[in-house]
Design a protein around this ligand. Structure first.
Ligand SMILES: Nc1nc2c(ncn2[C@@H]2O[C@H](COP(=O)(O)OP(=O)(O)OP(=O)(O)O)[C@@H](O)[C@H]2O)c(=O)[nH]1
Ligand SMILES: [Mg+2]
Length: 319
C-alpha cells in the first residue's frame, strides 16, 4: 500500500526517496495520482521550468550537468527530468546520463530522474507535467527537462516549459534538420554547443539567418539569443544562465510567464480528460456496448455521429 499523505509530506521536505516514489506513481499511471495531485496543488507554481531539447548527441546531458553546477553555485536547488520519449514506459532509461550526472549524486540540492513515456496512453504530454508538479512541490527552484528531439517531443516539451532552449552542434546538418522539425519556432534561446569544433560560427550564422534575427522586430519583442558553448569544458554556461534569466525577466515584465502557465494548465486538464475518455472507450471495446453500437452502424439503423453521441453520453454518465 502506498501511504500518499506520508509520501507527500516527505516530498515537500524535499526527501529524494519520496520524490522518486511519487514520480514512479506518475510513470505507472497509478490510481493514487488523483490524491497526490490534490495534495501537491497548493505547493506548486514556484519552480522555473527550463526545457532543453536537441538532436541525439548534441550535448544535452553534458550541458544539463554544467547548468546544474552553475545553478548550484548560485545557491539554487535544481531538479533534472530526463525524458526519453522513445523508450518504453517502464524502462530504466538513460543509464549513461546517470553516469554523466554522477558528480551531483551526493548533492542534496540536486535531484536527477529519468523517465520513459512511451507506451502510456497520454505519453509525454500526460506524464511530464505531473512529474514537474512533483518536483515543483518538492521545492526545487529550477527544473530542467531534457528531451531528445525526435518528432513531436520537442514541441511537446516546449509546451510544458517556461523557457525552451534548443541545442545544436556544428556540422551535423542541424540547420536543415532544425527547420524541418519546427524547432525554430519553439526556442526562446539557442545554444550552439561543441564550439570547440569547426563550423560553430557557420552554424550560428545560419541560425541567425533562419531565425530572421537580422530583421526588425517590434519593440518589446523577444529576440532569441544564440549562445556558443563548450559544455564539456564548462565554457559559455554562465552566458546560457544569463540568457535564461533575461528571458524569465522579459516574460514577467510582459505577462508572458503567467500566460504560458495558464495555457499549460489548460492543456494539462485537457490531456487528463482526453486520456480518461480514451481509457474508458478502450474499456468499452471489451464490453458489449460498443459492439452493439457498431452493429447498428453496420446495419444502417444508426449513423456514426449518433453512435458517438451515445458513446459520449454513456462515458460521462449523462444517460
Ligand atoms: N567536443 C565536444 N564534445 C562534447 C561537448 N559537449 C558534449 N560533448 C560530447 O558529445 C557526446 C554527447 O554528449 P551528451 O551530453 O551525451 O549528448 P546528448 O545530447 O545528451 O545525447 P543523447 O542523450 O544521446 O541525445 C559526449 O561524448 C560528450 O562528451 C563539447 O562542448 N565539445
Ligand atoms: Mg542525453
Amino acid at each position: 500500500m502506498v501511504d500518499v499523505a506520508q509520501l507527500v509530506t516527505q516530498a515537500r521536505e524535499g526527501r529524494p526517496r519520496a520524490v522518486a516514489r511519487l514520480i514512479s506513481l506518475v510513470e505507472g499511471a497509478a490510481p493514487q495520482l488523483r490524491e497526490v495531485m490534490a495534495a501537491l496543488a497548493p505547493r506548486c507554481g514556484n519552480a522555473y521550468v527550463v526545457g532543453l531539447t536537441g538532436a541525439p548527441g548534441v550535448g544535452k546531458s553534458t550541458s544539463t550537468s554544467a547548468l546544474v553546477s552553475a545553478y548550484r553555485r548560485a545557491g539554487r536547488r535544481v531538479a533534472v527530468l530526463a525524458v526519453d520519449p522513445s523508450s518504453p514506459f517502464s524502462g530504466g532509461a538513460l543509464l549513461g546520463d546517470r553516469v554523466r550526472m554522477s558528480e551531483h549524486a551526493s548533492d542534496p540540492g540536486v535531484y536527477i530522474r529519468s523517465m520513459a513515456t512511451r507506451g502510456h496512453l497520454g505519453g509525454l504530454a500526460w506524464a511530464a507535467p505531473q512529474a514537474i508538479r512533483v518536483l515543483d512541490a518538492a521545492g526545487f527552484d529550477v527544473i530542467i527537462v531534457e528531451t531528445v528531439g525526435v518528432g513531436q517531443s520537442e514541441v511537446e516539451i516546449a509546451a510544458q516549459a517556461d523557457t525552451s532552449v534548443v541545442l545544436l552542434a556544428p556540422g551535423m546538418g542541424d540547420g536543415i534538420q532544425a527547420a524541418k522539425a519546427g524547432i525554430l519556432e519553439i526556442g526562446d534561446a539557442y545554444v550552439v554547443n561543441k564550439a570547440d569544433r569547426d563550423g560553430a560560427d557557420a552554424t550560428v550564422r545560419e541560425l541567425n539567418h533562419m531565425l530572421g534575427l537580422g530583421e526588425a522586430r517590434a519593440p518589446g519583442d523577444w529576440r532569441p539569443p544564440i549562445v556558443k558553448t563548450v559544455a564539456a569544458r564548462d565554457q559559455g554556461v554562465d552566458e546560457v544562465i544569463e540568457a535564461l534569466d533575461k528571458h524569465r525577466a522579459w516574460m514577467e515584465e510582459h505577462g508572458v510567464l503567467a500566460e504560458r502557465r495558464s495555457k499549460r494548465a489548460a492543456r494539462e486538464a485537457e490531456t487528463i480528460a482526453l486520456t480518461t475518455l480514451r481509457e474508458r472507450i478502450g474499456e468499452l471495446r471489451g464490453g458489449r456496448r460498443l459492439d452493439a453500437l457498431a452493429e447498428r452502424i453496420v446495419s444502417g439503423s444508426l449513423d456514426p455521429y449518433a453512435a458517438a453521441d451515445e458513446l459520449i453520453a454513456g462515458l460521462t454518465g449523462v444517460d
